[in-house]
Design a protein. Structure first.
Length: 514
């Protein structure tokens, strides 16, 4: 007996066989790889695709639209024609007898709760494809949802089929095959960190998280940051040290937390320590610990960050700020994985994954003799580059919504008007994500009601920002005017300055007018 909706294969109105309809998509046709195979030459190789979603069952006509096209709802009891007198009916949700030889459907294990994307390329040149609730066709034909300009890719190469419990990829009898993590597959469940090769195109599966609702969640939308998170998924299960590089305020600690939470040590502690945020006398104790009476004020023993992070991850921010003698001690720990507390005669073994971060050029510091070369090569094994906010403006809207949602318990609901949001997109953000959060906090408090308008954002930017950022150069004025066809209002909004300021600057530089 099977429970839930079922699909019934019929011929000339007579029921032949009943198949369970689970949470995954079901393909019907004469091709031997289909879930329901009809052995009739008149039936298309891939005829229909049934997709259950949220209590509704949809059907796609693959014979007419291999790239999926429009979907139709299949009510209970309705039959969908396949060809040669065959049809498929959706039966009522109840216990129904069926033969044990039916095709077992691929089911995920919780992946459907994630927001997955496919990312091709690296860094700022990356391209992202977001996966939603609908199946996605992939191939060389231009009508595919993901159309690839790759001569080694078949016209309709493969299909990605999300469900409420997982995301799978199905090869569509392609010439060169679909490969996941180096293995040629027919149908396979996709997980974050997987590498999919289609022809010569390599796509990485990235978990976009839960829309930034968790405090430690990395809020991302841009292809550049999705490329970073693809690397995070790839590095998360490895034991080696990771170096995260990026400007101040880009969110390096959030990336480090993502490494921890997506890796094998996720149930262990995550211990952050800022190497440049403590006095020299304290950083040694905070990093390695001390015994009672080791120095004046040491009234009791203290476990250092390495001991606290045992079994988990130690995030050492601003590693470049460590003084030379502590660099030597850190190198010793990485060589032996033993720490000696200040004032102790014995060493303690630790099991820690080290993640370091810096906004400085460590290679240049090594050449200048300000950072140990042997320590540099120890921590420079796996490297993540977090791009500044100014080169990934696609993240600004989601970040703004995330920060306003975080503030809601303290200041109530806040929304940002379109013009104010446009203003945020036109700003350079030298302080990156941290500066964006500060501006939004000021604007939210400064607003009389629930709506944050353009004036509130401008006031906040003037209070938070550096004067050099708020005063655009003559070149940036010229570029903005050209970009907006001489429209001063549009150019002023893009530059983040009042229209009157732009007008005054133009009067002071007549060569920009006209």
């Amino acid at each position: 007996m099977g429970l839930g909706d079922t699909l019934c294969l019929c011929r000339a109105g007579r029921r032949i066989r009943v198949f369970p309809l689970g949470v995954a998509a079901v393909e019907v046709g004469s091709h031997p790889d289909c879930d329901i195979v009809i052995h009739a030459p008149e039936v298309p190789g891939r005829a229909l695709l049934f997709q259950p979603h949220g209590g509704t069952v949809y059907v796609y006509d693959l014979a007419k639209h291999p790239a999926l096209g429009e979907r139709a709802v299949v009510p209970i009891g309705e039959r969908v024609a396949v060809g040669a007198g065959y049809s498929v009916a959706r039966l009522k949700a109840k216990a129904v007898p069926y033969e044990s030889g039916g095709t077992e459907l691929l089911r995920g294990r919780g992946a459907g709760a994630r927001r997955l994307s496919l990312v091709g390329g690296h860094g700022l040149g990356a391209r992202a494809f977001h996966l939603g609730e609908k199946p996605v066709s992939v191939g060389g034909a231009t009508d595919n949802v993901i159309a690839l300009s790759d001569r080694a890719v078949s016209q309709y190469h493969c299909r990605i089929e999300p469900s409420s419990r997982g995301v799978s990829i199905r090869d569509l009898d392609s010439t060169n095959g679909t490969w996941v993590d180096g293995v040629r597959i027919r149908r396979h469940e996709l997980r974050p960190g997987a590498v999919v090769r289609i022809g010569r195109t390599v796509l990485r599966v990235v978990n976009r998280g839960n829309a930034g609702k968790a405090p430690s969640e990395v809020v991302i939308e841009s292809s550049a940051m999705l490329s970073v998170m693809a690397e995070v998924d790839r590095f998360a299960s490895l034991p080696w040290p990771v170096l995260i590089r990026g400007e101040t305020g880009v969110g390096k600690e959030h990336v480090a937390r993502a490494l921890h939470e997506r890796g094998r040590r996720q149930h262990g502690p995550f211990v952050p320590l800022n190497g440049g945020g403590l006095p020299r006398a304290l950083i040694e104790s905070e990093l390695f610990g001390h015994e009672r009476g080791a120095f004046t004020g040491a009234v009791q023993a203290h476990r250092g960050a390495f001991e606290q992070a045992h079994g988990g991850t130690l995030f050492l921010d601003e590693v470049a700020e460590l003084p030379p003698d502590l660099q030597t001690r850190l190198l010793r720990v990485l060589e032996t994985w033993q720490v000696r507390r200040v004032g102790s005669e014995g060493a303690r073994s630790v099991d820690v994954r080290l993640v370091c971060a810096t906004h400085r050029d460590l290679r240049a510091m090594v050449h200048e003799g300000r950072f140990r070369s042997d320590l540099y090569y120890r921590i420079h094994r796996l490297v993540l580059e977090v791009p500044p906010l100014r080169v990934r403006p696609d993240d600004i809207t989601r970040l703004a919504q995330h920060f306003l949602r975080q503030m809601q318990p303290e200041i109530g609901e806040r929304r940002i008007e379109p013009q104010a949001l446009e203003r945020l997109h036109g700003y350079l953000w030298p302080g990156n994500v941290r500066e964006l959060r500060n501006v939004l906090e000021l604007a939210a408090v400064d607003s009389d009601g629930a709506l944050i308008d353009l004036e509130a954002v401008d006031r906040s930017l003037r209070r938070v920002s550096e004067p050099s950022v708020l005063r655009p150069s003559a070149d940036s004025l010229r570029e903005a005017l050209e970009q907006y066809g001489g429209n001063m209002s549009a150019a002023a909004r893009a530059l983040g300055i009042p229209r009157s300021t732009l007008r005054d600057r133009l009067r002071g530089a007549p060569e920009l007018e006209g």
